[in-house]
Design a protein around this ligand. Sequence first.
Ligand code: NDP
Length: 287
Amino acid sequence: MKEQNYLDNLVGVFGHPAAENPGVVIQEAAFRDLGLERWHFLTIDVDPGKLGDAILGLKAMKFRGINCTIPHKIEALKYIDKVAASAKLIGAVNTIINDDGVLTGENTDGQGFMIALENAGVAAKDKNVVVLGAGGAARAICVELALARARRLTIVNIPKDMALGESLVKILKDNTAVAVDYVPWVGKYNIPAGTDILVNATSIGLYPNVDDKPDIDYDSIAEGTYVQDVIPNPAFTPFLREADKRGLRWQSGMQMLVNQAALNITMWTGLKPDKDVMIKAFEEAMS
Ligand code: NDP
């Protein structure tokens, strides 16, 4: 007689709104491919102010882990037992791992970005990097780039939220050896000479605003600059089209997304998923 074990292994995402989060598509495809039939990824809408209750529920129902997305990434820090070093610096958690009731917070956004960079054959060490934006994704990316010993980070952000950019600069200066410039983004931004890597870490170009692109002088991007977008949907943004037109090497946010999801799966299951299966599932869902 076959073993009777119908216990479900639960993971998922807490967000608000949560309905458009594509995590389930990628993660469930990987679980099925790995033969993890009783692993399930749940997309859960948690109201702001209710995150503590939701996290208690995680423990009660023995979820193996959870992703946190907007607006819960910072708030989640209050309710966990341990925080990984980079997540502590970033000041935000996007992945929680539940080890028998002990919750550890990680931030795999920046780690996924770094793997995407590495897979493209680009090393961060000693590089000059321009990062557009200073929000959650930018913070994760800047901290990982600094820990990987990039030489200089130039953070370009619209001045309506200067405090956000300045707090990021302070974290980087106080905790890492990277040189940092903060540039208020007023009018068309010229990419400085000597830039090795240019990253769009804003939400510009994300569906449904698919025709939008960052206000920069695209002709100022030097030959040889590597261009990375964080936007996963659509994968080929107007920002990347400008890079492509100029013969620059580029990579879309889909790579970063899939890499961070793969890291989550490994943290939760101990297994390495097939990223091609995950990319295929994402592309099918978005087509
Ligand atoms: P946030 O809202 O925290 O940050 C967005 C940033 O973009 C802020 O710095 C904001 O500036 C800036 N910004 C927005 N609109 C403009 C504009 N018109 N001109 C200049 N700057 C602008 O969002 P996140 O950082 O969490 O997410 C950003 C993007 O990254 C999203 O599209 C998300 O989908 C993507 N992402 C992708 C991941 C992946 O794995 N591929 C992982 C995580 C995020 P200000 O604060 O001043 O408004």
